[in-house]
Design a protein around this ligand. Structure first.
Ligand code: FAD
Length: 428
């Protein structure tokens, strides 16, 4: 692959120049404010990093006995990479991430590719930051190392949030071990099944979409030479679609196959399926898709579930972040990006008014709810564009792709997403 385009000058990339140095906060010291975060996923670690960079004392409580991430890819678009750069992780993200040239849109059975989206250098020149793909474990490790550089012992394992005892006048939670933790603020970054959310707002109402996602990793050198391993490819069909993209500089391909199927309703990163079952879901698809499925290391299954968007994320000294408050379908690849944006805005808001933390949290909520709600809704609406009956037949499939991926339409769908700068958003 060619050398990655570097970010344009003007956006800080070294730790000494990062966003923590911006003078937009109150003169009140942040160092004596303790922030507890439940969950050390991408959102919890990013929030921890953003708050440590703003001078807060942060502890992150993770239920797992060991830290890590599942074997899968994740795409970080310019609205997310510009934040990694601002936290001083610009060089490391280029080392670990892969900058693909772009993405082809293909018809499921013919491989007819009549639209191409430029992502690589085009993303830097258009949005001021790159579009990168990662192995999730690499992105997680990038954030984890950065948190530990700020505070060595910030992360506590085997430390599951069990219940909320106080949200007003400070925050107090009980861990599953029985230990009580007090802090000035508690952030619930405990993912889609968030117990912090349940403690604040009761049970949610998950609704199965009738669609599930297959996901897996493929060693690129096991693939036939004809298969594209330097760029992304979306294969669109009448009742399913497949997305592949390279990670680890093209040594691996990430595979996601979303298929209309009513019998799999488990929303879990660890539920395994079999190659045979996955092949059955893609019978009749192009031979390249079949060749990729046959070479998936371990095929995992994830049911696609929607929830009502939450209009309120905060009570007193407790707030939600990431999937805990806006879990989204993966059709726009924005869940982790939104968690990074939340983290940046949260850090800025708390830094601005550390003397009135509930007001700071309310400001964070006001700045984030509208955008994340729109992304959740537009991601759900995307399903009818990528699984459409007109894709069954070659002629109408070509027309559909020509129309829906016409460059101006694509800009309408994505410019407001990728162009967003969480560092510059005005306070609300
Ligand atoms: C198939 C698929 C593909 C995707 N692709 C993309 C993509 O390309 N780009 C993108 O931006 N997004 C993508 N997403 C979405 C993205 O994965 C999520 O939005 C993101 O992981 C959310 O991060 P989070 O930290 O909020 O939650 P999580 O990653 O779920 O982390 C939550 C953490 O909290 C811990 N935890 C849970 N309960 C407790 C508790 N009680 N106490 C303490 N800790 C707890 C968990 O162990 C975990 O470590 C995809 C999602 C799917 C399903």
């Amino acid at each position: 692959m060619s050398a990655p385009a570097r970010p344009p000058e003007g956006r800080a990339t070294s730790p000494g120049e990062d966003v923590a140095q911006r003078q937009e906060g109150s003169p009140v010291s942040t160092g004596d404010k303790r922030i507890a975060i439940a969950g050390a996923g991408i959102g919890g670690l990013a929030a921890g990093l953003a708050l440590l960079k703003q001078g807060f004392d942060v502890d992150i409580y993770e239920q797992a006995a060991e830290l890590g991430e599942v074997g899968a890819g994740v795409q970080i678009s310019p609205n997310g990479t510009r934040l990694l750069q601002a936290w001083g992780l610009g060089d490391a993200m280029f080392e670990l991430g892969t900058q693909t040239k772009g993405k082809e849109i293909r018809v499921w059975n013919t491989a007819d590719a009549n639209r191409y989206l430029e992502l690589g250098a085009a993303s830097v020149s258009k949005y001021g930051a790159p579009y990168l793909t990662f192995h999730r474990a690499d992105l997680h490790a990038l954030l984890l190392d950065a948190v530990r550089r700020e505070k060595r012992d910030a992360i506590h394992l085997n430390a599951a949030f069990a219940s909320l005892e106080t949200a007003d006048g400070g925050a107090q939670m009980r861990l599953a071990s029985g230990r009580t933790v007090r802090a000035d603020v508690l952030i619930g970054a405990d993912g889609v099944h968030s117990k912090v959310r349940q403690s604040l707002f009761g049970a949610d109402r998950p609704r199965f979409t009738g669609c599930m996602a297959w996901r897996g990793l493929i060693e690129a050198d096991r693939l036939p030479a004809s298969i594209n391993r330097t760029g992304g490819v979306s294969w669109l069909g009448p009742t399913a679609h497949v997305l592949t993209y390279p990670i680890r500089k093209g040594r691996m391909l990430n595979f996601i196959g979303m298929v209309d199927r009513a019998d799999w309703t488990v929303e879990s990163w660890n539920a395994r399926g079999t190659i045979e079952e996955c092949l059955r879901d893609f019978q009749g698809w192009h031979e390249d898709v079949i060749a990729m499925i046959e070479r998936i290391e371990v095929p995992y299954k994830w049911a696609l579930i929607v929830r009502d968007t939450l209009p309120v994320w905060v009570r007193g000294h407790v707030a939600l972040l990431g999937d805990a408050c806006h879990s989204t379908l993966p059709f726009m690849a924005q869940g982790a990006n939104m968690a990074l944006e939340d983290a940046m805005v949260l850090g800025r808001c708390l830094r601005r008014t550390p003397g009135d933390l509930p007001a700071a949290l309310a400001s964070y909520e006001r700045m984030r709810v509208e955008r994340t709600t729109r992304i959740v809704n537009e991601s759900a609406a995307q399903i009818t564009r990528v699984h459409a009956p007109v894709l069954a037949e070659a002629g109408s499939a070509r027309d559909h792709i020509q129309r829906e991926w016409e460059p101006h339409r694509v800009e309408d769908r994505y410019d407001w997403v990728y162009g967003y700068d969480a560092i510059e958003q005005p306070f609300a």
